[in-house]
Design a protein around this ligand. Structure first.
Ligand code: ADQ
Length: 533
């Protein structure tokens, strides 16, 4: 009897739960339809105000989100206030979400708008590289690694990149062109720019495709063009124009290296006067060897005032009459960072490559922060490029990867314990090419194995290493692979026992950190970030 009543009660409860679940499913269906509908409208409101109909949709989206995350209505009062006041940051987050269909974007914004988690900022990185979609070297790793880390902390992060014809489009999800053209100034004219959006590593990215006759980013390579200064001055201006015209209320604009250093003076001398002044500018110099110099008159191309800026305390280079983009960013940014504390000390003297005095004048806003690596991308226990995944507690997998690499590169495999030395680098003077060469010959002499993966933008260095590769062609202990190959780089980190980084100077260095993550012992010169931990 009691049992029967219990059964009846139980089944009633079950049907109630089902009903409840059903209504939530229905609610979400309706919500998705609404979102879909609003997306169909393309981005016609991209530059204008949103009609109240869309604000109702935002409000509905928030309700769904609160329900999903089980957040009490009262805790969300700040969010509701933002809807009531038509807060532009909310509009911004919604537009980014619509542009990318990435739930993380909306999630991180909504999270930040809740009381107690209001540390969230709207951060826009303007950069020339981002891994894995457009990578030449370490700058690319930092843009995605730092972007992801900031997003995890609840900040709304967006990246603005050039739309290179040679970028790895298969690494972008939901790549699509927006139904707007952003016009930007260059050399006395206005040019249209197509704006593409997509998601890379969970981060919303805007790609700018200039409709300029010089086809700035359709050159089948990222850098090394005769008009690089022009290409990136154009991009810096167009990126700011995109932020300005979309009405974004960004808190931090973070620019990187000489290619986007123009952003700092452009922002304060041109855009702040137009009322676009909510942001503060952070400039990170990943390498003071590259400063972006040109005759002073070339500054006018992107709309900067040559007379105003061609002065020793502004953008004039400290040792010749040209203007210097990195110097401009140091003078004009609110905060200037470089990528390790030791390098930050080194660049205050000769390491500054002529900018040491400028850094001294601006020392109060200059600091070195050690880079980190993206531990999701560089993780031997999940790395899809590896033959066998492994971790610090189970190094069996490392031996299997060593065997696999030996087979792939046709190296001797009779002695599993024969040490394998790895090196992955851009082959430029900074990286100590003569020491790398020496290490290759010395390893061969001592009976070890050596695998070098690298390529050089300097034709003489590339030729020299092609010569060494030929020399060891029939040697089954030495292999030089002189190209860029992301998948192979993962396999080398996993297979090697030791990893050399004999840099003459090194602002931070990421390869020694990745090597450690893969259980390969780094052997480095004590310089810059190689001296820090
Ligand atoms: N042929 C190849 N194939 C595949 N992958 C390759 C490759 N050659 C290099 N890589 C990869 O590119 C990255 C290079 O990192 P580095 O730290 O050496 O940066 P780089 O000197 O380019 O950049 C600058 O910026 C970074 C970031 O701030 C600083 O760490 C550094 O000191 C400074 O010089 C690593 O992820 C490496 O695996």
């Amino acid at each position: 009897m009691v049992e029967d009543r219990f059964q009846a009660c139980n089944s009633e409860m079950h049907s109630q739960i089902e009903l409840y679940e059903h209504s939530i499913v229905e609610f979400h269906d309706t919500l998705s339809k609404l979102i879909e509908e609003s997306e169909k409208r393309s981005l016609e409101n991209f530059t204008g105000n949103m009609p109240s109909e869309l604000w109702s949709k935002i409000s509905l989206l928030i309700d769904g989100w609160l329900l999903e995350k089980k957040i009490a209505y009262n805790d969300a009062s700040m969010l509701r206030e933002m809807v009531r006041k038509r807060d532009s940051r909310l509009r911004e987050a919604y537009l980014s979400y619509r542009g990318t269909e990435n739930r993380d974007v909306m999630d991180s914004f909504l999270k930040m708008a809740l009381p107690g988690t209001s540390s969230g900022l709207h951060i826009a990185h303007i950069a020339a590289e981002m891994a894995p979609v457009a990578k030449v070297g370490g700058l690319a790793d930092v843009i995605s690694g730092l972007g992801k880390a900031l997003q995890k902390k609840g900040h709304l992060v967006e990246i603005i990149l050039p739309k290179y014809d040679c970028m790895q489009v298969d690494q972008v999800s939901n790549l699509k062109v927006l139904d707007v053209l952003v016009q930007s100034y260059f050399e006395g004219n206005m040019f249209n720019n197509k704006i593409w959006t997509g998601t890379v590593e969970g981060l919303p990215v805007y790609f700018i495709e200039p409709q300029h006759p010089a086809m700035f980013f359709s050159r089948a390579q990222y850098y090394g063009e005769h008009d690089d200064f022009k290409r990136f001055a154009y991009f810096s201006r167009a990126a700011l124009e995109l932020l300005y015209q979309s009405g974004k209320k960004v808190d931090i604009i973070h620019c990187h290296d000489w290619q986007t250093a123009f952003v700092a003076p452009l922002y304060w001398d041109v855009y702040a006067n137009l009322g676009f002044n909510s942001a503060r500018i952070c400039f990170t110099c990943h390498n003071f060897e590259y400063q972006g110099t040109a005759p002073a008159r070339d500054l006018a191309w992107c709309g900067l005032d040559v007379e105003h800026l061609d002065r020793p305390d502004r953008m004039r280079d400290n040792s010749h009459g040209r203007i210097n983009a990195v110097k401009g960013a140091i003078v004009y940014s609110n905060i200037v960072t470089t990528v390790s504390p030791t390098y930050a000390l080194e660049v205050r003297s000769e390491g500054g490559r002529g900018l040491q005095d400028t850094l001294k004048v601006h020392s109060r806003k200059f600091l070195g922060i050690l880079n980190g690596i993206d531990t999701d991308t560089w993780n031997p226990s999940t790395d899809r490029y590896l033959k066998v995944q492994y971790n610090a507690k189970d190094l069996q997998g490392k031996a299997a990867n060593k065997a696999a690499l030996r087979e792939q590169l046709n190296l001797a495999s009779a002695y599993p314990s024969q040490p394998l030395v790895g090196c992955i680098t851009r082959l430029v003077a900074q990286k100590g090419v003569h020491l790398i060469r020496h290490a290759i010959y010395k390893t061969a002499e001592l009976g070890g194995q050596f695998v070098l993966l690298g390529s050089s933008p300097v034709p003489e260095i590339q030729r020299e290493f092609e010569g060494i590769a030929d020399h060891f062609q029939n040697n089954n202990n030495i292999r030089l692979i002189l190209k860029y190959d992301d998948a192979l780089s993962h396999c080398i980190y996993a297979a090697s026992d030791m990893f050399i980084v004999p840099s003459i100077f090194e602002p931070c260095g990421l390869t020694q950190m990745i090597a450690m993550r893969y259980g390969s012992v780094p052997i480095v010169r004590k310089t810059g970030g190689l001296n820090d931990r």
